[in-house]
Write a protein that binds this ligand. Structure first.
Ligand code: HEM
Length: 393
């Protein structure tokens, strides 16, 4: 008998359910099995809620699966790293891994502390924490990626040139004004700045002059990843507010790796959601057909709540990572294989800085327990909580 597509419904109603219910993919997986189909608006998608299956799919059918490209990549010289063709990625993937590695990122740690401290001090009933974390992330990323100090005239000038690029969404192409701004910024970032940063490392790796592919990717990483990061920071505050005993342990100090464990647990519960791929050539997997043109969603968040690997999975417990690193096919918050995230060290550095700076505060939460998602399947769930910070004496 000819193989069929996986069980499930392609009704548009499924699409809306996924946008309204954070447990949609988990519940569908429980009902239909770990491989099922659904719709994302007009597009059919096959979902895998078992992370080990997701790993195997990406390994066994790498040649039939391509990137699920976002339109902005066409404005990036050579394409954005995530969507680059194989030959170009082979050169630039490792280069960016070096440029964003721990020795480079930690050069900005002092600056990150100063920025985050200053931003937390601003929070008040009239000044939203989420907004301050967004600004802090942008300031720290600009330092780490381009070597520009926050609060400097150079930072101000950069923001003015970057604003037209920054305000476009990943699904939008740049307009003429933004294209002109990008062209102008390429000229500015051709050579290494004084500060050690990703740009200076790229200049070393490229033998002096940085090319358009590297500059464009830095600028688009700054635009796209800063949003991902500030969202993660919001969740860090949420969990530490809900579980103040962990912040107390940070305050008391002398607990090795505690900030890193808090980050891993926050990412497990609230920031690793999915990987998307596009089927380029039809194939069969686990007895099901994966038709050409369909999306594949590896449901990472659901895998991270698998009670076989994470007992009492909904509980926030950083100690589950104490002296233990789960294998990749159980815990993959930063992606899989050659296109895995190269911002891990930066994410961990900035998250740890925030946790250490928060130790000076009591976190007061109200309107707890509700989450929101802007109306897109590729957005991330965010808490609706109202947060206030009270300085400890
Ligand atoms: C909130 C924290 C973050 C999470 C959970 C995260 C997650 C991910 C995931 C899952 C992927 C793989 C996507 C795929 O294969 O389809 C990825 C790729 C990537 N991430 Fe992140 N990321 C985070 C922060 C960052 C930061 C801070 C940066 C850079 C400063 C960054 C830069 C990138 C880049 C450039 C890629 C593509 C890598 C390549 O294709 O070579 N990410 N990220």
């Amino acid at each position: 008998m000819a193989a069929k597509t996986p069980p499930g419904s392609l009704s548009i109603l499924q699409s809306f359910r996924a946008l309204l219910d954070r447990n949609f993919y988990r519940d569908e997986g429980a009902k239909l099995g770990p491989i099922f189909k659904t719709a994302q608006y007009h597009k059919p998608a096959i979902c895998l809620t078992d992370l080990a299956l997701g790993h195997r799919l990406l390994r066994e059918h790498a040649d039939s699966l391509g990137a699920a490209i976002q339109p902005f990549t066409h404005d990036v010289s050579g394409g954005f790293l995530r969507y680059m063709d194989h030959a170009t990625h082979k050169i630039y993937g490792p280069m960016f891994r070096r440029a964003l590695s721990r020795p480079i990122v930690t050069q900005s740690i002092q600056c990150a502390h100063e920025v985050v401290r200053r931003r937390l001090q601003q929070v008040s009933p009239a000044v939203d924490l989420e907004q301050q974390l967004r600004i802090a992330t942008r300031e720290v990323f600009t330092r780490v990626l381009l070597g520009i100090e926050p609060n400097s005239p150079a930072y101000q000038r950069f923001q003015e040139s970057f604003v037209d690029i920054a305000k476009r969404h990943v699904r939008q192409r740049l307009g003429p004004k933004a294209v002109a701004a990008l062209q102008q910024l390429r000229g500015k970032f051709r050579t290494a700045p004084e500060q050690v940063c990703a740009l200076s490392e790229l200049a070393v790796l490229q033998g002096g002059e940085v090319d358009d592919i590297a500059i464009d990717n830095l600028l688009f990483i700054l635009r796209n990843s800063a949003n991902d990061m500030s969202g993660l920071l919001v969740w860090v505050v949420e969990f530490l507010g809900l579980h103040p005993e962990w912040l107390e342990k940070v305050r008391v100090g002398d607990v090795p790796d505690l900030s890193a464990r808090i980050m891993k647990e926050t990412v497990r519960l609230s920031r690793s959601e999915y990987l998307y791929r596009l089927v380029n050539t039809e194939f069969e997997f686990e007895g099901y057909v994966f038709p050409k043109g369909w999306l594949v969603r590896i449901c990472v968040a659901e895998g991270h709540r698998d009670p076989r690997w994470f007992p009492d999975p909904d509980r926030f417990n950083p100690d589950r990572f104490k002296n233990y690193s789960p294998p990749d096919n159980q815990y993959s918050p930063f992606g899989i294989r050659e296109h895995a995230c190269n911002g891990v060290d930066l994410s961990m550095m900035l998250g740890s800085v925030l946790i250490e700076e928060l130790a000076a505060y009591e976190i007061l939460l109200s309107n707890v327990g509700k989450t929101k998602l802007r109306f897109r399947h590729w957005n991330h769930w965010m808490p609706k909580t109202k947060v206030m910070l009270r300085k400890r004496l």
